[in-house]
Write a protein that binds this ligand. Structure first.
Ligand SMILES: Cc1cc2nc3c(=O)[nH]c(=O)nc-3n(C[C@H](O)[C@H](O)[C@H](O)COP(=O)(O)OP(=O)(O)OC[C@H]3O[C@@H](n4cnc5c(N)ncnc54)[C@H](O)[C@@H]3O)c2cc1C
Length: 430
């Protein structure tokens, strides 16, 4: 039976079980919930989206490779058969830790345990003009905006008689030389090589330029130097103009200025240069650390609380090996979710909890559809084998059997035909 204890409370079935409220159905949230299936907790998942999204392939939506539905999975479908799990579509506005209550746009909810798994958002480092004019890539909605702007600007370039404006419309600037930036720049370069001549025969393909702008002196800083060098080599081969040692300082929608002065004019800027934690209102200042992440102990618990935890991108466990917290990657989120679920079960049995220990399974980044770089333990390699490994790892990680098949079919089609699937402006951007 549905029950609301107070007028403004979100309706949920009556239960004597301790209530675990999970904010966020991302990698961390779903990994935790999967382990709590049919266990003696009432688990309530709150997410502003009714789907889980596989962020590592957002760049393929942005560059017309795959469809949004291929990397999204409905949360209600995901938890079908979980008799103790309830999804509520809600945007969390505030956490009131003293009264164990969460305030959302659909009402309030009380918790016995609270798990904050709200992930991260784009960090524009306080550059207001950049934030206004550049596009972040943290969600399916934003990836679709990027797809629209790329296609819209190409359409505009076909009809303009102004040579300078045509140049700006066909210059694509990707900011940030991490995996997302490298992968996006590679995919746009492939678009230029294979799609532009087919779809836009009236444009001289050489007019389109792809820039990758990085503040540091190398790409893929978090990977080995061999992978950094390989990625630069692969991108250069694909015609991407990589500008290292250039920190973007301003962008007015046309002019890009870096620490070295005016760099170029581009109507499209894709910003992948940084992320920061998505901290809900109500978390005390002393619980927030570098990168706007929530400071937690080795059990992912907030200091000063017995029943409030944070996992995934939002959480930072500071240690000697990870002085700024663990890397903001899917494996950390998944492993923290698993560790915390088993700790909640241990607590129920009155047993001690186990500390979170990260097992680094390696890093991969793809550059176009035939090359990738890989750091797996002591093995550092690049090229076709790394690309096969990248494809396999990503395919098995996507949620849903149908999605795996659809993505595999899209990739196979693109591999053999050099074509991309979906050059659709689903909704116009601005
Ligand atoms: C473009 C891109 C490429 C990436 N590539 C890789 C890669 O190749 N390999 C890798 O390991 N990692 C990659 N990552 C990082 C990886 O996706 C993240 O580390 C991972 O998603 C973190 O999981 P999470 O559960 O902490 O957060 P998320 O997966 O971001 O989930 C957070 C959830 O919280 C919800 N939420 C947030 N705020 C609220 C609120 N106020 N109310 C309700 N719901 C809320 C969101 O809707 C979302 O569902 C990439 C990220 C991006 C953006």
């Amino acid at each position: 039976m549905q029950a609301c204890r107070t007028e403004n409370e979100i309706c949920l079935p009556d239960s004597d079980l301790p209530r675990v409220v999970v904010i966020g159905g991302g990698f961390a949230g779903i990994s935790l919930i999967k382990q709590l299936k049919n266990k003696p907790f009432q688990v309530v998942v709150l997410d502003k989206n009714n789907f889980h999204q596989f962020q590592p392939l957002l760049y393929q939506i942005a560059t017309s490779g795959i469809e949004p539905g291929n990397i999204a999975f409905p949360l209600r479908k995901m938890f079908k058969g979980y008799s103790n799990v309830y999804y509520r579509m809600a945007s969390v506005n505030e956490i009131q830790s003293e009264s164990n209550t969460v305030l959302t746009d659909i009402g309030t909810i009380e918790f016995d345990y609270l798990i904050i798994a709200t992930g991260s958002d784009t960090n524009f480092f306080g550059l207001k003009d950049v934030q206004k004019h550049a596009l972040g890539m943290k969600s399916i909605q934003e990836a679709l905006d990027i797809r629209s702007i790329i296609l819209q600007n190409l359409e505009k370039s076909v009809v303009t008689c102004d040579d300078v404006e045509r140049d700006a419309l066909t210059n694509f600037a990707v900011i940030g030389g991490g995996p997302a930036g490298v992968e996006t720049a590679g995919a746009i370069a492939e678009f230029k090589k294979y799609i532009l001549p087919r779809d836009y025969p009236e444009l001289d393909a050489s007019i389109m330029s792809v820039y990758l702008i990085e503040a540091d002196d190398e790409l893929l800083k978090s990977m080995s130097s061999k992978s950094s060098e390989n990625s630069l080599k692969f991108l250069n081969k694909m015609g991407v103009d990589v500008r290292l040692n250039n920190m973007v300082k301003s962008y007015d929608g046309l002019n890009i200025k870096t620490n070295k002065g005016a760099l170029l004019q581009a109507r499209t800027m894709i910003w992948t240069a940084g992320v920061k934690g998505n901290v809900p209102t109500g978390i005390k200042k002393q619980n927030i650390t570098n990168g706007n992440r929530i400071l937690v102990d080795d059990y992912c618990r907030l200091k000063g609380y017995e029943n409030i935890y944070a996992i995934g991108d939002i959480a930072a466990i500071l240690s000697e090996n990870y002085p700024n917290g663990h890397p903001m990657v899917a494996q950390v989120a998944i492993q923290q979710g698993k560790n915390l679920s088993s700790n909640l079960l241990l607590q129920l049995k009155g047993r001690g909890m186990s500390e979170f220990k990260y097992k680094n399974k390696g890093s991969l980044a793809t550059i176009g559809k035939r090359r990738a770089v890989a750091d797996i333990g002591r093995l550092k390699f690049g090229g076709y084998t790394a690309w096969l490994l990248w494809s396999f790892v990503h395919l098995i990680s996507i949620s849903g059997f149908k999605n795996k098949i659809l993505v595999a079919m899209n990739w196979a089609w693109s591999y053999f035909t050099y074509d991309k699937g979906n050059r659709l402006i689903i909704r116009k951007f601005k």
